[in-house]
Design a binder for this molecule. Structure first.
Ligand SMILES: Nc1ncnc2c1ncn2[C@@H]1O[C@H](COP(=O)(O)OP(=O)(O)OP(=O)(O)O)[C@@H](O)[C@H]1O
Ligand SMILES: [Mg+2]
Length: 382
């Protein structure tokens, strides 16, 4: 083993940052991972967490880049530079909270503006060179492209991390990440792992509450809880072809956006806004419950992460809909496993950065559909 490798295998500190499809902001975490070779796995240790919210203007600009527009290359590059200011601020906050820790590398997802694996590409806007310049730390970025190049969906990438840290031998569990889009990781008792994007998470509920109340999200699902589900609208939403496709599959704002919803609201013009919100919440819960019942009927637990874990109505409905399908799984947030729900995805990108540094595959081919395990990401040296 070379000196470089033996040094890399020691317990090391990483920063992971995720800014997802909700476009709410950047979640960051500083974590010490144990030496993966010495067998004495003492578990990971979270040293600091930080959150940098995006302002409305940045959110709008990122959203506009999801569709064709004038001079996109310029707008994309300018957005990337501004995003990196938020990433750098997040790193600064983490370093202030965990003073004096030497960070081995930063894993940063970037902001997805197009996700078209069926056409052979996925784009996370980012300027990792600028982040390396501003922080003086090695940056690993662009984790999805190599999986797509190998014929995979490039998503979801988190199931490998969920398996590594939340998997328990002999127990079947599900980790459900409810971000803008929802994805599940099925951690089967036999050690196998499945995972895919189930469909919308918060993205439709967020868009609807934004349009009607000017708020970025429906706090705790309180507004939806005042409405009544519209069965005919719910069944129309459930008719979306993506929901009935077999995995591997991944999706994003490319499919689930306001225009998608507006098209399905035709004929429901007289429905009250609050009832539509209740229906969107039920829709999100039902899509998740159906897929869990279908692919993980024997699960003992469903651990929810992502901002959706804070939506009380959504969590209640998920539990009730699972029970209605004779699935005994107990629904709770990942806090029950010792990791706050908003930190899981950022941790996953710290973990993926470590995988890159150790030159180990970061994907699970059985999840993404890639031709095999691949080392994910690219290095931008400090
Ligand atoms: N108290 C709350 N009540 C209801 N919803 C909440 C609450 N807190 C957060 N959320 C929802 O969670 C969203 C943010 O979740 P999160 O950061 O996990 O999503 P994301 O950025 O799309 O992440 P990813 O793509 O990594 O899954 C918000 O937009 C909002 O819809
Ligand atoms: Mg977020």
């Amino acid at each position: 083993m070379s000196m470089q490798q033996s040094k890399n295998n020691q317990a090391q500190i990483y920063i992971g940052m995720m800014s997802g499809t909700s476009l709410d902001g950047v979640d960051g975490v500083m974590v010490r991972f144990p030496d993966i070779d010495d067998g004495s796995d003492t578990g990971m240790q979270i040293l600091a967490t930080a959150y940098i919210p995006f302002d409305a203007e940045l959110r709008q600009r990122a959203m506009r880049l999801q569709q064709a527009s004038d001079d996109e290359l310029h707008h994309e590059a300018m957005l990337a530079n501004e995003l990196v200011q938020a990433y750098a601020a997040c790193v600064k906050k983490l370093q202030a909270a965990a003073e004096g820790q030497a960070v081995h590398a930063i894993g940063v997802h970037g902001q997805t503006i197009r996700h078209r694996p069926e056409l052979g590409y996925t784009r996370q806007t980012n300027n990792p060179s600028l982040l390396a310049e501003l922080t003086g730390i090695d940056v690993i970025a662009d984790f999805r492209s190599r999986d797509v190049a190998a014929g995979g969906q490039g998503a979801p990438l988190v199931p490998a991390f969920h398996r590594a840290v939340f998997g328990r031998a002999g127990v079947s569990n599900v980790v459900a990440n409810i971000g803008g889009i929802s994805n599940i990781s099925v951690l089967a008792a036999d050690g196998s792992t499945r995972g895919f994007d189930t469909g919308p998470g918060n993205v439709l509920m967020d868009a609807w509450v934004q349009q009607h109340h000017g708020k970025t999200y429906d706090v705790n699902g309180n507004w939806a809880a005042q409405g009544t589900v519209i069965p005919a609208l719910l069944s129309r939403l459930m008719g979306e072809a993506y929901l009935h496709m077999p995995p591997p599959k991944s999706t994003g704002r490319d499919l689930f956006h306001m225009a998608w919803l507006q098209a399905r609201l035709q004929g429901f013009e007289t429905a009250s806004a609050v009832d539509v919100q209740a229906t969107l919440c039920e829709f999100t819960a039902q899509v998740l419950a159906n897929d869990i019942a279908r692919y993980a009927a024997d699960a003992a637990h469903v651990y929810v992460c992502g901002g959706g874990a804070f939506n009380r109505l959504l969590m209640q409905r998920l539990q009730a809909l699972l029970a209605a399908q004779s699935c005994d799984a107990a629904v709770s947030s990942t806090a029950a496993l010792g990791v706050a729900p908003e930190q899981v995805e950022a941790l996953a990108f710290a973990w993926l950065a470590q995988r890159f540094c150790l030159r180990l595959p970061g994907n699970l081919a059985e999840v993404t559909g890639a031709r095999g395990g691949r080392i994910l990401g690219a290095l931008y040296p400090a």
